[in-house]
Design a protein around this ligand. Structure first.
Ligand SMILES: Cc1cc2nc3c(=O)[nH]c(=O)nc-3n(C[C@H](O)[C@H](O)[C@H](O)COP(=O)(O)O)c2cc1C
Length: 358
């Protein structure tokens, strides 16, 4: 569970279900937070927010206690919003940012639907939480999950596949430069691959247990993600069965991995492969048409400092989402209040399913 507004004092995360005895790598978490801020299409906000995670509970001398782990990432930018985003009624004269209400919602954001749903007169009350700033805490949580998965020899990594339709580094830069010049934005596609997951994570017992469904929900839960594929995904719909599946070799491995490591919602021992498609970012420096919610007059949507594209950042956030779901599935399969039990159950399971020729 997380909490925190984009320009409020801090982001907060409470992580439950971690076994006791896991040594957290503070530097690794901060490196992942730094990776999330990088990318060619990002705004100056990203340099402003040199994120660092603080731990308030659940950790002693760097090792988890098996109790809820409470994390905090302070929003350094809050210094400019102290009056505007004060949690309590602000004292003194209005100063800094966020002092006047926003009434021109941006298409493609939570602005209009959020203001109507929660009866907000100031659209800022909707957009602050809907903002992708909260993905910083998700990345921190994903980093912890990667630490747990590493104990089982599982690695998770995200990468960019496409930005603005271009599929190589030079093309990404050209497309981003062109969009920036035209005060427009871009989307793209990222891929996350998890290697080393044992067969048997997730289940087909109930649809909510299916790991493919859980990964899809976790990825779709990220701001601006509009499509998710597992393995060859949509392309499979255009092939024949003889070309769509992964035949089982004598060593039980597969020569192909079109299923993306998941059959019937259960890992099959091949790498888990998931892709997410990101829409072009909805805040344009050349604003889209909107309506003033107070006057009913047509107008231009709010322009707030914004990225041209954030596909490189999405790769890091998507990696964290997949790591978190895989770690949850591993914890369900192997249990363990203590890390030693968790790792021991995994080892015993691998021993049970070890291939023995008849
Ligand atoms: C890492 C990341 C960074 C983002 N940065 C921006 C941004 O700078 N400007 C913007 O308009 N949208 C940005 N978004 C997308 C919006 O947060 C998102 O489109 C919006 O909250 C509406 O949600 P939806 O697109 O899922 O419907 C970003 C998304 C992610 C994942």
């Amino acid at each position: 569970m997380t909490a925190g507004e984009s320009h409020g004092p801090a982001l907060v995360g409470i992580l439950t279900g971690l076994p006791a005895g896991l040594r957290l790598d503070r530097e690794a978490i901060d490196i992942d937070l730094a990776r999330r801020r990088e990318g060619y299409g990002r705004s100056p906000r990203q340099q402003l927010e040199a994120d660092q995670v603080d731990v308030l509970a659940g950790l002693r001398h760097g090792v988890t206690l098996g109790t809820p782990l409470a994390l905090v990432i302070r929003n350094r930018d809050h210094a400019n919003w102290e009056w505007g985003m004060s949690p309590w009624h602000p004292t003194g004269e209005a100063s800094g940012k966020g002092t006047s209400p926003i009434t021109l919602p941006r298409p493609g954001h939570a602005d209009l639907a959020g203001a109507l749903k929660f009866a907000h007169d100031d659209v800022r009350n909707a957009l602050e939480r809907a903002s992708a700033r909260q993905t910083a805490m998700h990345v921190a949580a994903g980093s912890v999950a990667k630490g747990l998965l590493a104990e089982l020899g599982v690695t998770v990594s995200g990468r960019v596949v496409e930005i603005g339709g271009a599929d190589d580094d030079a093309g990404w830069r050209d497309a981003t430069d062109a969009a920036r010049t035209e005060r427009d934005t871009l989307g793209g596609v990222v891929e996350v691959v998890a290697e080393g997951a044992p067969p048997g994570l997730g289940s087909y017992a109930e649809k909510s247990d299916r790991l493919d469904a859980r990964l899809a929900a976790a990825l779709m839960g990220i701001q601006a993600v509009k499509g998710v594929e597992i393995g060859d995904g949509f392309a499979l719909a255009r092939t024949r069965g003889s070309e769509a599946h992964d035949e089982i070799e004598p060593d039980r491995r597969r020569a192909t991995n079109r299923a993306g490591g998941l059959e019937a919602g259960v890992t099959n021992g091949e790498p888990v492969v998931a892709r997410a498609a990101m829409k072009p970012l909805p805040t344009l420096m050349r604003p889209l048409r909107s309506v003033d919610l107070e006057t009913g007059e047509p107008g231009e949507a709010l322009v707030e400092r914004s990225d041209v594209q954030a596909v490189e950042a999405l790769a890091v956030v998507a990696e964290a989402a997949v790591a978190w779901e895989l770690a949850r599935a591993a914890r369900e399969k192997f249990g363990g209040d203590a890390l030693v039990d968790f790792v021991g159950a995994h080892a015993a399971y691998l021993e049970r399913i070890a291939w023995r020729t008849p």
